[in-house]
Write a protein that binds this ligand. Sequence first.
Ligand SMILES: Cc1cc2nc3c(=O)[nH]c(=O)nc-3n(C[C@H](O)[C@H](O)[C@H](O)COP(=O)(O)O)c2cc1C
Length: 187
Amino acid sequence: MTEGEQVRQVAGLQRIPSICQVPPEVPPTVGAAEFREAMCLMGAAVNVVTTSGDAGRTGFTATAVCSVSDDPAAILFCVNGRSSSLPILVDNGVACINTLRAHQTDIADMFAGRSKVSGSERFALGSWTDLANGCPALDDGLIAFECRITEMKAVSTHVVVFGAVTGVRHGSLGAALVYQNRTYKTV
Ligand SMILES: Cc1cc2nc3c(=O)[nH]c(=O)nc-3n(C[C@H](O)[C@H](O)[C@H](O)COP(=O)(O)O)c2cc1C
């Protein structure tokens, strides 16, 4: 058996082509500062991830959001392991990913903690309506993905959260807010 086959067998990934395999050992990487400088040039949509349930109601701004699959519909977002939102997300098991419009920089800043407002008090800004899963959706957002959290994987400083998309709420078409080179821009 080749080394690659062994890795796939141990990891239980025999059905995935070898090109997708990443050995479990992390190779030497570029430094954190160099990585951050490079990543900041990769523009990304600005979203507010919300959650609500027995553990409480909160939300945070996130650009680390990505489509995973369309059938079944699945999405992922990454949350800092030190975020006060993480334990609330874990306990509630549900989330809503709200993609912001071009002009909603004040909401992005609020949910990024830049106004020093935390937890449920952040929802004082904007108009929010609870979805079927209880999570707040921004009434005039671009799009909202209602999710049930299916899996979480800790990777170094962050936790990758996978969600099954149980509903989509469309706003009217319009320009989106993106974050690139540490500045808000629009597309
Ligand atoms: C444009 C932008 C994008 C961000 N993207 C993320 C992200 O993808 N994941 C994350 O954990 N934090 C991200 N942050 C930082 C969080 O929004 C911030 O740390 C969080 O709101 C802190 O509050 P909390 O501890 O209550 O979650 C981002 C901040 C900004 C301004």
